[in-house]
Design a binder for this molecule. Structure first.
Ligand code: URA
Length: 177
């Protein structure tokens, strides 16, 4: 189940160029959930192809994970104007698609605050939960959830980058063969 090409379930449809659907290994046991498409993603129709994507690629590569081994998606599939955070209503409208994307996987990785707000209802500091293994209910089944930093948060923060590398190591050693 994916959005119709002319999806109008929320007002993000008003400014989008392309709906950004998941990429990578679509049947991977590991799913990364980012925030929302940015300008490059809106233009290309692919998630994490801009600056954040380059940081994500570099950190994955440093830990020996091929990006094509995981599935990558976002809380919302259309770009919010001026890259503002997606609202609860927008994330709610897109949630049925995200639920289908996450269903039946081994581990969901929440990249940053919006993913954790959407999937955990968490409004606190990322530092308090980063890399703590939790569980979320996806369509009636518990699935392991690992909160971590968004790649954009790693640009100016060594600690965030190290924490995101730790996330990759957890995945490499425990969940990817
Ligand atoms: N940031 C995100 O959260 N998702 C993307 O697809 C690109 C940038």
């Amino acid at each position: 189940m994916r959005p119709e090409p002319d999806c109008r379930l929320c007002r993000l449809c008003e400014n989008r160029t392309n709906i950004v659907l998941p990429s990578g290994n679509l049947s991977s046991q590991v799913v990364f959930v980012g925030e929302a498409p940015g300008e490059n993603e809106d233009l290309s129709g692919k998630p994490f192809v801009g600056k954040s994507g380059k940081i994500l690629n570099a950190i994955m590569e440093e830990e020996g994970i091929d990006r094509s081994a995981v599935m990558i998606t976002n809380t919302v599939k259309c770009r919010p104007p001026n890259n503002r955070d997606p609202t609860k209503e927008e994330m709610g409208a897109c949630r049925p698609f995200l639920d289908r994307e996450m269903s039946g996987r081994k581990v969901i990785v929440g990249l940053g605050k919006s993913a954790c707000r959407d999937l955990l209802g968490y409004e606190g500091k990322m530092a308090d939960i980063v890399n703590t293994e939790m569980s979320i209910n996806v369509l009636g089944k518990d699935v392991l959830f690992i909160p971590t930093y968004h790649p954009a948060a790693c640009i100016y923060s060594r600690e965030s980058r190290d924490a995101l590398r730790t996330t990759m190591r957890i995945l490499r050693d425990g969940y990817l063969e």
